[in-house]
Design a protein around this ligand. Sequence first.
Ligand code: F6R
Length: 359
Amino acid sequence: QKDGFRFFMEKEIYEQSDVVSDCMLERVKDETTSFDEINDSILDGINEIKICACGTSYHAGITSSYLFERLSKIKCNVEIASEFRYKQPLLTKDTLFIVISQSGETADTLEVLKMAKKAGLKTLVICNVDNSSMTRLAHYSILTRAGIEKGVASTKAFSTQTVTLWMLALYFANVKKSISNEVMQKELTALREVPNALKIEDKIHEKTRRLSKRYLHGHGFFFIGRDVFYPLALEGALKLKEISYLHAEGYPAGEMKHGPIALADPELFTIALMPQNLLYDKVKSNVEELSARDSTICSISSLDFELSDDFVKIQETNHYMLEFFEMLVVVQLLSMEISIRLGNDVDMPRNLAKSVTVE
Ligand code: F6R
């Protein structure tokens, strides 16, 4: 049931704070993170992590690759499952093979999991559905505990995947002793604050509602960010495309000058993800370049930015991952409000199915 919300997607956006708390239950300890589903031997003989997934789950994968390298100090790369399948990839046994899937049934992701298992690699699935094809197949499964997701556009599945992968990066960091106790404590403190970061203030929702009035006329959208805010930009653009049918691209902020900036004009809306705690000045200079070329800028940040045409102010925090989750909610709500104003069926967008079990 929708519990008074207009759409399941809206309900699921609002549920994120609670489901992320469930996801962290018994997994965030005083000194580290831990999972009943795995033990330290999972890293025996492992020098590398390979992640494969599709769509939104792929975005969670890219986000985590920054965390696995930065915190666990393990080389990590991420690929789209449908690409990986046919490239005749080199699979080596020192690789931990991770697949991410809300449903556990996506055909391409399932196939790469089979390939990796057949090649003798250790496999782990991050999944929302117990007893799905992937959890039955992989050596290890970690469940994201998001509950049933009904909206075709994934929301709470993504936030729980991202938090699970962050906890996993810290678990690996503890096994490998790759970060100091001080850094570990800072990470754990931030992790415990994620449910708060996902609580939605009325004024934030209201702001996205107001922006949607003009933004539904946009000819094109760029979501830009750096580091983990780059996959968040991809995710924001995907949400907008899926349910509003408006053209949107997610881009690394530093890449705009290598081509896409040629598109800049007042009808091009740039949604700039500007975290105070990570590379703020670098993103700022990229946004200044776009503003100088007359793109309409909507910044999402805890800091005022004088060149913005529109501004969504998030709460100040002391960790970039908390800013990540605050901004996630903003981009989800913005797409939903635009879609509602356009009269679309938010929960059942055209041409899409919840689970893609064909290639
Ligand atoms: C987007 C969305 C899709 C899925 C993708 C993978 O909102 O829901 O992009 O993320 O089809 O699905 P799972 O995670 O079930 O493998």
